[in-house]
Design a protein around this ligand. Sequence first.
Ligand code: IPM
Ligand code: MG
Length: 356
Amino acid sequence: MDYKLAVIKGDGIGPEVVDAALEILDAVGEKFGHKFEYTEVMAGGAAYDKFGTPLPAETMEVCLKSDAVILGAVGGLKWDNLPGNERPEAALLGLRKGLGLFANIRPAILFEALKDSCPLKPEIIGDGLDICVVRELTGGIYFGERGFKDTDMGKAAYDIEIYSEKEVERIAKVAFEMAMKRGKKLMSVDKANILESSRLWRRVVQEVAKDYPEVELSHMYVDNAAMQLVRDPKQFDVIVTSNMFGDILSDEASMITGSIGMLPSASLGDNNKGMYEPIHGSAPDIAGQEKANPIATVMSMAMMLKYSFGLIEESDCIESAVTKTLNAGNRTGDIAKPGEKVLTTSEMTEAIKAYI
Ligand code: IPM
Ligand code: MG
């Protein structure tokens, strides 16, 4: 089969990790007889520098016409003082909204070989960790009305958290379906003791639950969830939560699995089209130095093959190549123990490719 992919390398370490991922994808294509056609388009800071906008219309058009989108990372110090709608991050939000990608799947798995990189005590992690965060991606405070107003305390700024029943219902369904394929346990995280939007969220999740009697549903306040993730992460199977809480909790979940450099993500909508990116940022401090860990982006390719194209064997092939690479002791700086040999981004990529 032929697949048309839009490729956005982005800023900072984005280009390095995307190049690595495409190399692995090509190796998989060669092995299984698929052709991946790439159209490179720009978004983020790099696009702003060239076109004066972080999300050029052409980028959106190409992404809409592609079978899936691969993205590195966007953002950097250089663009931090731009107004909100011109910042690199605005491109990411525009892509998510424009492509209708309301469900963000962020699996946090602790590889056996990386148990020592986990900052938690061995008795807490036991035989490993496998948590899946399902984050709502096109609603909530990220997309609610925002602005300024004058008050007697001076100028004030506001961002509104708003969720509709339909928005909660569709993300809840994705989460219940995910739970059915896994351990049949779903934790919905909210702040229903304070927020009206959370109380609506909880009510709708409870309604959707009636269609999934096999799934054990619980609810937790977000502050407690942040604490429970480090106290007893093994109690979690699938977590479903809002855009903002999901942003925060997925970073926390990633770190307890060793390094933020390891976690892939898939952003999905109603059809099979998806956007695949590492959950880490552009890490400008190490950009262009061959220090970045390409695994999060490589694993995002495995998610793409599975979720967008239904290529399960091909997807498994990437996951097992990464596992074997780690088992063989290959490490980038973020996951190396003191004294261990540190591979460059390209060396790590070659090591993974050898197992494809
Ligand atoms: C993420 C990132 C983005 C977000 C930023 C870069 C806009 O942190 O994907 O988690 O907040 O969604
Ligand atoms: Mg984030």
